[in-house]
Design a protein around this ligand. Structure first.
Ligand code: SIN
Ligand code: FE2
Length: 217
């Protein structure tokens, strides 16, 4: 007989493989979601969300902030990690222990032990915002994985291969879901489809947040 306690225990779920060395951990961050959202709000009072411009002159549709020793910055000069927020010239807000511990646990569950994130990029999507296919390749240490936490409105994640033209698989990322990729797929192309018109979540309304944790050096 199946006990009621077996239902809805997020950590009890088996990671779902979405590629070589790439895993979807459904609901892994669900129990921490409220605390994560409160921390994001706090970080944004110090390092407000802004729409950055790519070297090609394109204004990104996702608004961004960062916390940790480094933040990810783009402007007309290029992409880079910076220890300061260029908007304030102050260090980025510290990475909350909740963030680094959760990212470490998620990485561990996906087979990557001892993950020590140095940067957490925070993306905020509103209706229609998207992230085109790209590689996360501005980090020096490619032996560490990328850990991605989704909060709020659901979105479709696209996960491809080593070449931009490789076919992509599509995965629904919902409130509390975590994706971890590294090893063979560390430099695989990925992105998200435009946030749907009706996509919403009680905790965030029409918004979606994504935290990506990276080891930079
Ligand atoms: C990213 O690849 O930097 C973000 C992906 C996402 O928002 O899920
Ligand atoms: Fe990325």
């Amino acid at each position: 007989m199946q006990g009621l306690l077996d239902l809805g225990a997020p950590d009890a779920q088996t990671p779902e493989q979405i590629g070589s060395d790439a895993w979807l951990l459904k609901g892994f961050a669900l129990r921490d979601a409220d605390a994560l959202l409160a921390a994001i709000e706090q970080i944004a009072t110090q390092a407000p969300f802004r729409h950055q411009v790519t070297p090609g002159g394109y204004t990104m549709s996702a608004a961004m902030s960062s916390c940790g020793a480094y933040g990810w910055v783009t402007d007309r000069h290029g992409y880079r990690y910076s220890p300061q927020d260029p908007q304030s010239n102050l260090p980025w807000p510290a990475m909350p222990t909740l963030f680094s511990e959760l990212a470490e646990r998620a990485a561990r569950s996906a087979g990557f032990a001892h993950f020590e994130p140095e940067a957490c990029l925070i993306n905020r999507y509103t209706t229609g915002a998207r992230m085109g296919l790209h590689q996360d390749k501005d980090e020096q240490d490619l032996s560490a994985p990328i850990v991605s936490i989704s909060l709020g409105a659901p979105i479709t994640f696209l996960f491809g291969g080593p070449n931009r033209s490789d076919p992509t698989s599509r995965w629904l990322l919902e409130h509390g879901d975590v994706v971890v990729w590294g090893g063979i797929s560390r430099l695989f192309f990925h992105g998200v489809a435009p946030l749907g018109k009706k996509a919403s979540h009680p905790a965030t309304g029409l918004m979606r947040y994504n935290l990506t944790f990276r080891k930079v050096r």
